[in-house]
Each structure stands twice: as structure tokens, then as C-alpha cells.
Design a protein around this ligand. Structure first.
Ligand code: KMH
Ligand code: ZN
Length: 280
């Protein structure tokens, strides 16, 4: 078996983690931008972006996304993947405001799911709306699969022409109330994908690393970061998202999977052309 470069996504902030959980969480636009650049330097090709308001609360405010995106683009060629998931309880239009920052990619969650004590609502009308907005804006969707049935909805999106081209999936495994994180579940999900699809895995908490290792061995791609896991190992917080990225790079290199550059990831995932820094 031999596989190509490994696309690493850094989910640097999320909506649920707080500074009480880890003092290393980036929150301000400048902190988020610096963290994205450090992850790029460590080997990440994509930053999965959530932002916070000045009080540190999750927000989908497009103006804050624009601010963070501009700071990142001025310094780095990393692919910006905007979250359209936001936080539990946000309205669809509120969640879509992140697209104002003109991301190359965005998340498209393929179904409603229990999410800890809450419910992350993604009904079919919402999913269709999100897919249409992304398509109109030329944003490449990453199909987020939190539960097995979400695959059927992803297939329906493709069947109805609402998403096109080689599909890219992200398996988010281990959210309390959703599909548990296990190599068996990952193997089953990966085996269900249509020909030509690409995928990554985001394991929650202590399952982040073993699932990343499985994905590297299986020819998939990997997401790590504070959104999913704040620990380097039991009892020791990771000091940065870049530390988690760097560990994946080291392991992948042993399996001869070099980290994909952002431009390599663009080619692999069918995203536009190479990165060009805006003049001025
Ligand atoms: N914060 C979760 C409720 C995404 O970014 O698209 C949703 C989430 C998914 O994080
Ligand atoms: Zn997210």
C-alpha cells in the first residue's frame, strides 16, 4: 500500500471549548490568525475556522470572520474552511454569515444529531439551503458526517446535483450522543463512500490520535485541534494546536505520507487554483 500526501486540517478553536478548559485557546482575531499560521508552518493545509466575539463567546458574525481571514491571508497560503455549524442553537442565517469571508471551503453537516446535552439541528431544508449558498459562492463543501445516517443525506445531495465533483467527507466521531469513535466505525464509513471521494477523520478527545493514526494507514486524511481535543496526552494539555499538528506530521512521515502543502491539498480536493496573495 502506498498513499499520497496527507491533508491535515487544524480545528483551532471550535465553539464549545473555553479558556477555563485550556489557557492556550486562541480567541481574538490576531490570536486565531497567528495560530492558523503556526499550524501551517507545522504541516497543516487547512484551517477549520470558528471565531469568537470580544467576550470570547462563539459567533458566526461575518465581519469577525472577514477580519480573521484577512489576517491569515496576509501571512499564509493555508486554506480557510469556514464553519457553518457554529454553535448549537444558532439560526441557519446566523450560521451562514461566516461565508461572508469568502472561504475556499466550508463545512456542510449532513443531518441533525444529538450533541452532548443539546441537539445540533440540520434538517433537509437547511442542508439544501447551505449547499445552494456554497455552490453559488464557489465554496467547496466538506461533508460533515457525525452519524451513520448522514451518509444517506450526503448521497442524496449528490444525486440531486446539490453538491458536485469529487466529494470530500469529514467523519466527526465521538461526540456524546452521536457515532462513537472506533476504528471499526471509521472503516465502515470509509467503505461506504462513492468512488473518487476523499475523507478525513476528527476523533474527539483521547480518540483523536488513534483515529488519526488509522486514517494515515488507510489512505484518509486527518483533522486535529482544540475544537476536538485539548490534551497532548492524559493529564497534559497541548500547548498549542501546532503541537498537535506536528505530532501527526511525525507519525505520518514514518508511513511515508508527507504533509500536503495547501496547494497540494487544493489539487487533491478540487479547490480552485493555487493560492495568490492579494496585492496591496
Ligand atoms: N459546534 C458544533 C455544534 C462545524 O463546524 O461545521 C458544530 C460544528 C460543526 O462545529
Ligand atoms: Zn467546527
Amino acid at each position: 500500500m502506498s498513499f499520497g500526501p496527507l491533508v491535515i486540517t487544524a480545528a483551532i478553536c471550535g465553539a464549545e471549548v473555553t479558556r477555563d478548559d485550556t489557557p492556550h485557546l486562541p480567541i481574538t482575531p490576531e490570536e486565531l490568525a497567528l495560530e492558523a499560521c503556526a499550524c501551517r508552518d507545522a504541516g497543516a493545509a487547512i484551517v477549520h475556522l470558528h471565531v469568537r466575539d470580544p467576550e470570547g463567546r462563539p459567533t458566526q458574525d461575518g465581519a469577525i470572520f472577514e477580519d480573521v481571514a484577512a489576517r491569515i491571508r496576509a501571512r499564509s497560503d493555508i486554506i480557510i474552511q469556514a464553519s457553518t455549524g457554529g454553535a448549537v442553537g444558532m439560526t441557519p442565517e446566523e450560521r451562514l454569515d461566516s461565508l461572508r469571508c469568502g472561504p475556499e471551503m466550508a463545512t456542510l453537516t449532513c443531518g441533525t444529531v444529538n450533541f452532548g446535552d443539546g441537539v445540533f439541528v440540520n434538517d433537509w431544508p437547511l442542508i439544501k439551503l447551505f449547499a445552494a449558498r456554497m455552490s453559488a459562492q464557489g465554496v467547496r463543501p466538506e461533508l460533515e458526517i457525525f452519524d451513520a445516517g448522514h451518509l444517506a443525506t450526503a448521497a442524496r445531495l449528490a444525486r440531486e446535483g446539490l453538491v458536485t465533483g469529487p466529494l470530500h467527507y469529514d467523519f466527526v466521531l465521538g461526540i456524546p450522543g452521536a457515532l462513537p469513535a472506533s476504528v471499526a466505525n471509521l472503516a465502515w464509513l470509509a467503505g461506504m463512500l462513492p468512488r473518487g471521494a476523499t475523507w478525513s477523520v476528527a476523533g474527539m478527545g483521547r480518540d483523536e490520535l488513534p483515529l488519526a493514526m488509522a486514517a494515515i494507514a488507510m489512505g484518509g486524511h486527518v483533522r486535529v485541534g482544540f475544537e476536538d481535543n485539548i490534551y497532548y496526552h492524559k493529564g497534559r494539555l497541548a500547548v498549542s494546536n501546532a503541537e498537535l499538528v506536528a505530532r501527526v506530521v511525525r507519525i505520518a512521515e514514518e508511513l511515508q505520507r508527507a504533509p500536503a502543502t495547501p496547494d497540494e491539498a487544493r489539487a487533491l480536493l478540487g479547490i480552485g487554483g493555487p493560492f495568490r496573495r492579494e496585492a496591496g
